[in-house]
Design a protein around this ligand. Structure first.
Ligand code: UD1
Ligand code: CA
Length: 451
């Protein structure tokens, strides 16, 4: 059966109190919409339609980034969830498979749950995803009769008895596209909110003799985000789960609660992560690496046996080969550090390649930016860069080169050469003492003058 996802993302999210559309707020550094789309993609959908309204341009741009094949349709006015799905009608003209409705602000539904909904379609025309709510609050209530879902009643429209039910509507549902759009056409807005409720699909289906059922999932999967507190709570749920998964995979997190992961962080077995490490998007760490405390990593790859930190910053394009050492207060950006190379203290290495077993001394800086353009620094294997070397790019140093401490390298250095650029030191015997005496005498004079 081919599947079309219809992802509702037009709502304003007033309670977020934000210029950013609600569905673009991030959890673990990916927008909620991206999380929802990722779950939906597990169904291998033939079509993906995102219904945008508030902040549609921004939503469109994000969707284009995540999934080129996804289409965005506009819901000019937010007249309700049924009206929102109806905006996909034209785009899905001629599509004869099943529609799965997802919510852009319900990021945690699992692929397994979506698959269970699809499986339940074998025995029901319409399948709704529900959950037992610890606190059913203002969710729509699922009125069941045995295995059959009779109707969904919105909190605002519910009787006392119905409000006492705690089997709730997640909002997600699936049925054949033709049936869905036929039924939506019959839905009115004569209810407490004056909105076109997608939930009315259930009664419509039953009236036309169709079977309707509900599939249940854990409440954590239907966690909806309506406020910044909800967002933080959702992020915490994500983090807890992701940390537990990493530990199951054999990663040591010394203080799990202090490690902040991104949605796509990959860490290999027997890697140790010390406390207070932050992962931005796009980080892959191989097995047996050590990431020490207070390091910040994004868009980088750390190979087996590498040691990073404490207090290191790996920025996009940092590529650390096996057994490299990146020490404290070192920033690496868009640079390949070859096997066994070391950058141990207080350095900036950007737009560079550092050869095998090369040692970069403390305070070394690649001067990669001339104010307009970025330039590359290349250093060969087994070189020794003295402390406080400035490498003014573009510049290339060969294999087995050395630079004297404090050198400003502006010209290429050939294999085996030493580069030195600094004024020669001169020692003046006895001058230190003399100078001190002079300064002390001056201080005394000034003091007297001011009395
Ligand atoms: C909806 C359900 C409710 C369910 C709850 C679960 C209806 C009528 N009610 O209520 O039974 O328990 O979700 O969270 O469906 N949206 C649009 N366009 C619109 C209206 C909504 O795109 O015109 C989108 C929103 O951006 C959001 C989703 O649909 O992603 C749900 O809308 P929301 O207004 O939050 O519905 P609830 O009142 O929470
Ligand atoms: Ca909601």
């Amino acid at each position: 059966m081919s599947i079309a996802l219809v992802v509702l993302a037009a709502g304003k999210g007033t309670r977020m109190n934000s210029d950013l559309p609600k569905v673009l707020h991030p959890i673990a550094q990916a927008s909620m919409l991206e999380h929802a789309l990722a779950a939906g993609r597990a169904l291998d959908p033939e079509r993906v339609i995102v219904v945008a309204g508030h902040g549609a341009e921004a939503v469109q741009a994000t969707v284009a980034d995540i999934d080129e094949s996804a289409e965005v349709v506009l819901q000019q006015e937010q007249l309700g969830t049924a009206h929102a799905v109806d905006q996909a009608r034209a785009a899905l003209k001629g599509f004869s498979g099943d529609v799965v409705v997802l919510y852009g602000d319900t990021p945690f539904v699992s692929p397994e749950t979506l698959e269970r909904m699809i499986a339940a379609r074998a025995s029901a025309d319409l399948v709704v995803l529900g959950f037992q709510a610890a606190d059913p609050a203002r969710y729509g209530r699922l009125v069941m009769q045995g295995d059959s879902l009779e109707r969904i009643v919105e909190y605002k429209d519910a009787s006392e008895a119905e409000r006492a039910l705690n089997f709730c509507n997640s909002g997600l549902m699936t049925c054949n596209a033709g049936l869905m759009f036929d039924l939506i056409a019959q839905i009115g807005n004569d209810n407490a909110s004056g909105e076109y409720y997608l939930t009315d699909l259930v009664e419509g289906a039953r009236k036309s003799g169709r079977s309707v059922t509900a599939v249940a999932c854990d409440e954590s999967e239907t966690l909806g985000v309506n406020s910044r507190s909800d967002l933080a709570a959702a992020d915490a749920v994500f983090q807890a789960k992701a940390r537990a998964e990493l530990m199951d995979l054999g990663v040591t997190l010394m203080a799990p609660d202090t490690v902040y992961l991104a949605f796509d962080t990959v860490i290999g077995r027997d890697t140790v992560i010390e406390p207070n490490v932050v992962f931005g998007p796009g980080v892959t760490i191989e097995s047996g690496a050590l990431i020490r405390a207070f390091s910040h990593l994004e868009g980088c790859h750390v190979s087996r046996g590498a040691k990073v930190g404490p207090y290191a910053r790996l920025r996009p394009g940092a590529e650390l080969a096996e057994d490299t050492h990146i020490g404290n207060f070192v920033e690496i950006k868009n640079a390949e550090i070859a096997e066994g190379a070391k950058v141990n203290h207080l350095s900036y290495i950007g737009d560079a390649s550092i050869g095998k077993d090369t040692n970069i001394g403390a305070g070394t800086i690649t001067c990669n930016y001339d104010g307009v353009m970025k330039h590359r620094t290349k250093i060969g294997a087994r070189s020794f860069i003295g402390s406080n070397t400035l490498l003014v790019a573009p510049v290339t140093l060969g294999h087995e080169t050395m630079t004297a401490s404090g050198t400003v390298v502006t010209k290429d250095v050939e294999d085996g050469a030493l580069a030195i650029s600094r004024t020669r030191q001169e020692n003046k015997p006895g001058y230190a003492e003399k100078l001190m005496d002079m300064l002390r005498a001056k201080k005394t004079r000034l003091k007297k003058g001011s009395e």
